[in-house]
Design a protein around this ligand. Structure first.
Ligand SMILES: Nc1nc2c(c(=O)[nH]1)N[C@H]1C(S)=C(S)[C@@H](COP(=O)(O)OP(=O)(O)OC[C@H]3O[C@@H](n4cnc5c(=O)[nH]c(N)nc54)[C@H](O)[C@@H]3O)O[C@H]1N2
Ligand SMILES: Nc1nc2c(c(=O)[nH]1)N[C@H]1C(S)=C(S)[C@@H](COP(=O)(O)OP(=O)(O)OC[C@H]3O[C@@H](n4cnc5c(=O)[nH]c(N)nc54)[C@H](O)[C@@H]3O)O[C@H]1N2
Ligand code: SF4
Ligand SMILES: [Mo]
Length: 695
């Protein structure tokens, strides 16, 4: 039997260690730092996608006949480079956009953003824009760093209250939930969950013998009023940590003013939750010794996403629940390396280490290492790039994203990608987006590559490839270097021997990684910030000061902003979309896993019994869901798990792709789309719903 290689699970941001063999077998890694040998159903089945016969195994170029044809790597690189050069010559560098891949390594995403910037544009972004962009914006502005304030370990050991708003860790971060958070509850912590949908998280905390779980089943898009009730209750009952507020924060007067004429009864009506239940939740949180907040997509994916998260920050700050173990505001990050992809600068406004690209001094320091000038103006975000595709954006380089399914108002996304002059897609599988590509570059998969990734609690860890690559594929690392060298010559800064050599350059330009080396990472990894070689890394942030410009935590009162689209006579229901434990994002990986697909071969929509009766829908019916932008057919599941007036479906299935319905309105500051609220109509009947066979 061949030796086990220790690497990191390719799915969620928990960052579980797993071991694989050269002959592509799988084994748990008993003392892996995050999960200690435990894995969830996706981790256990991750090897199945590595072996899948659908893998892309040869570069392809679209011919004059409109079809994709096999090509050599040389021909494919040649086409990519000549088209990129043509676009720059004809339209300037800002006519290109670049999408990073949050399942690829730090080193690969670092190379991608360097490629974009050397080409002459900051139009580079990654899936965080659709995910936690608003969270990152609010956390950076008000606390200093766009990341979890605390680690899973310290939350398990020290948190007395887990406030979980718009997140479903039992399904989306299963090992974090079962190993860490559930243990906190068994040890006595109380859970407050705010979600329009009852889910596995709800059930996982109904632990026999305990009565410490309160689920507030609120309407989608009502989180600001809900938190304002909480905040007003805190202010009125004297639960403010006066000393903390005076010494470490600013802006509390603005909050007090905002809430002065705030009507809590009216707010509770907007939320669809009893006022006394919200007040009870406020008391539990504010009177705990250590209370922590988990925040997820239910908060971030709204046009008021930044304000949603700001209000959670307000709650943590006024009660002094930041800067200690067991406290803080904690976004559970999505893809296995979305944290790292942002850390290394695959973002339009920040260089590696969240350094503002528009700051002349910071830019000059990075330019000194890179040896070329970086454009001084922030670029477009990924949904903006999609909006501009075919207009000011003429060419797009997509490394491992599937925007035709993952971006909102997907029918329009597809139309605009078709209008591009040039689209290159670098992926493992033939996705819906590949269908629009002019050049397809087949990438190796997670098990075959080496490099580093950063998990949700900022732990930098090593991935180690099994040393054998699937025939016909190439590492993202090598593909980017080949393109970079052809574009910029042998001295263009794309001639690294291996990922470690890239990391050595990265740590020079990314201060939060400054003290990290491959040797130091070992098997345990290191939490950033790790500025100097001797630093141990910080499992929790802000013990003494925030990392905002003046060191203070920033409080700011916010007011209710309804979703951009609200129900009316024609579209009387709110659609919200979220995830299942068995499937992953656009399903290109998990839907190809026989084990996972067997569990959930088709999509469904949850409909409340009262709505089902009203619209003539029976459990198991195929229904048509229609919004102003498109329609899908899907099986109805009639259940009280969902709030009346709301319907709930998933984005995982191509045949009934939820994003044909969603609204592409953006949060003005963070530019995240409103995936969590669109107005829809439901109608009994339709064709056959999507099944495993037809997508
Ligand atoms: N199994 C699995 N795991 C995953 C993923 C996956 O696709 N599958 N994807 C990964 C990625 S990329 C991410 S970003 C994370 C996401 O992980 P989560 O943040 O947990 O994301 P979601 O499941 O989209 O949404 C969380 C919850 O928000 C609720 N919700 C919807 N609208 C609202 C609202 O207006 N207010 C409130 N308070 N709640 C609302 C939904 O009902 C849902 O239970 O998961 C990661 N892990
Ligand atoms: N309606 C609705 N839509 C949503 C969401 C929602 O909650 N509701 N959530 C949003 C969120 S949070 C996210 S993060 C996005 C996710 O959106 P995307 O990132 O577009 O979707 P994924 O399915 O994760 O995968 C993208 C592609 O990466 C490829 N890939 C995997 N590994 C590698 C690799 O190593 N190299 C390369 N080159 N490619 C690789 C996969 O094969 C897949 O085709 O979806 C967003 N869309
Ligand atoms: S919890 Fe996340 S990282 Fe861990 S095994 Fe499951 S999908 Fe993989
Ligand atoms: Mo995400």
């Amino acid at each position: 039997m061949s030796e086990h290689t220790k690497t990191i699970c390719p799915y969620c941001g928990v960052g579980c260690g797993i071991a694989v063999t050269e002959d592509r077998r799988f084994a748990p890694w008993g003392d892996a730092p995050v999960n200690e040998g435990r894995i969830c159903i996706k981790g256990g089945a991750a090897m199945e996608v590595v072996e899948h016969e659908d893998r892309l195994t040869e570069p392809q170029i679209r011919g004059d006949d409109g079809d994709l044809h096999a090509a050599t790597w040389d021909e494919a690189y040649g086409r990519v480079v000549s088209e990129m050069e043509r676009i720059r010559a004809e339209h300037g560098p800002d006519a290109m956009g670049f999408f990073g891949c949050s399942k690829a390594t730090n080193e690969e995403n670092y190379l991608l953003q360097k490629l974009a910037r050397r080409y002459g544009t900051n139009n580079v972004d990654n899936c965080t824009r659709m995910c936690h962009a608003s969270t990152v914006y609010a956390l950076r502005r008000s606390l200093g760093a766009g990341a979890m304030t605390n680690s899973m370990q310290d939350l398990m050991e020290s948190a007395d209250v887990l406030w979980i708003q718009g997140a479903n860790p039992a399904e989306q971060h299963p090992i974090a939930n079962s190993v860490y958070f559930r243990q906190a509850v068994l040890d006595g912590a109380t859970v407050i969950q705010i979600d329009p949908h009852a889910n596995k998280t709800t059930r996982s905390f109904d632990i026999e013998g305990t009565d410490r779980h309160l689920h507030l089943q609120s309407n989608p898009g009502s989180d600001i009023p809900l938190l304002n009730v909480v905040l007003k209750t805190v202010l009125e009952n004297g639960w403010v940590d006066e000393e903390f507020v005076a010494e470490r924060t600013e802006g509390v007067d603005h909050l007090v003013e905002t809430l002065a004429d705030f009507d809590t009864e009216e707010a509770a009506r907007v939320c669809g939750v009893r006022l006394e239940d919200i007040e009870r939740a406020a008391e539990v949180y504010a009177t705990a010794e250590n209370a922590t907040i988990f925040t997820g997509m239910g908060m971030s994916q709204h046009t008021c996403g930044v304000d949603n998260v700001q209000n959670e920050i307000n709650l943590a700050l006024v009660t002094g629940n930041v800067g200690r173990p067991g406290t803080g505001v904690n976004p559970l990050r999505g893809q296995n390396n979305v944290q790292g992809t942002c850390d290394v600068g695959a973002m339009p406004n920040t260089l590696p280490g969240y350094q503002n690209v528009e700051d002349d001094d910071l830019r000059a320091a990075v330019e000194a290492v890179w040896g070329f000038e970086v454009p001084p103006k922030a670029g477009l975000t990924n949904v903006e790039i999609s909006h501009e595709a075919g207009a000011s954006i003429k060419g797009l380089y997509v490394m491992g994203e599937n925007p035709v399914m993952s971006e909102p108002d997907a029918n329009r996304v597809a139309e605009r990608l078709a209008d591009l002059e040039f689209l290159v897609v670098q992926d493992v599988f033939p996705t819906d987006t590949v269908g629009y590509a002019d050049v397809v570059l087949p990438a190796t998969s997670w098990a075959e590559r080496g490099g580093t990734v950063v998990n949700t609690d900022r732990r930098v860890q090593r991935m180690r490839g099994i040393g054998r690559v699937y025939p016909g594929t190439n590492h993202d690392f090598d593909i980017l270097q080949a393109v970079g060298t052809r574009l910029f010559g042998p001295d263009g800064g794309f001639d690294f021997d291996d990922p470690e050599a890239v990391f050595e350059e990265l740590r020079q330009v990314c201060p939060i990684f400054g003290g990290i080396t491959y040797d130091r990472l070992g098997e345990e990894g290191i939490h950033w910030p790790c500025l100097e070689p001797g630093d141990e890394g910080d499992p929790y942030l802000y013990e003494d000061a925030f990392t905002t410009p003046n060191g203070m935590g920033y409080i700011e009162g916010v007011r209710h902003q309804p979703p951009k689209e609200v129900p009316d006579d024609e579209y009387p229901l709110i659609l919200t979309t979220a995830r299942l434990i068995e499937h992953y994002n656009t399903g290109t990986m998990s839907r190809r896993s026989p084990t996972l697909n067997r569990q959930h071969p088709e999509n469904f929509v949850d409909v409340h019994p009262a709505d089902a009766e009203r619209y003539g829908v029976a459990d198991g019916d195929t229904v048509t869901l229609r919004s102003r932008r498109g329609e899908i057919e899907v099986r109805a599941q009639v259940t009280e798990d969902i709030k009346q007036g709301t319907v709930w479906t998933t984005p995982h299935f191509a045949a009934s792709s939820a994003n044909r319905l969603t609204n592409d309105a953006l949060d003005e500051r963070a530019k995240i789309p409103e995936y969590k609220a669109a107005a829809v109509a439901i109608e009994a009947g339709g064709g056959e719903s999507g099944t495993a066979a037809d997508d």
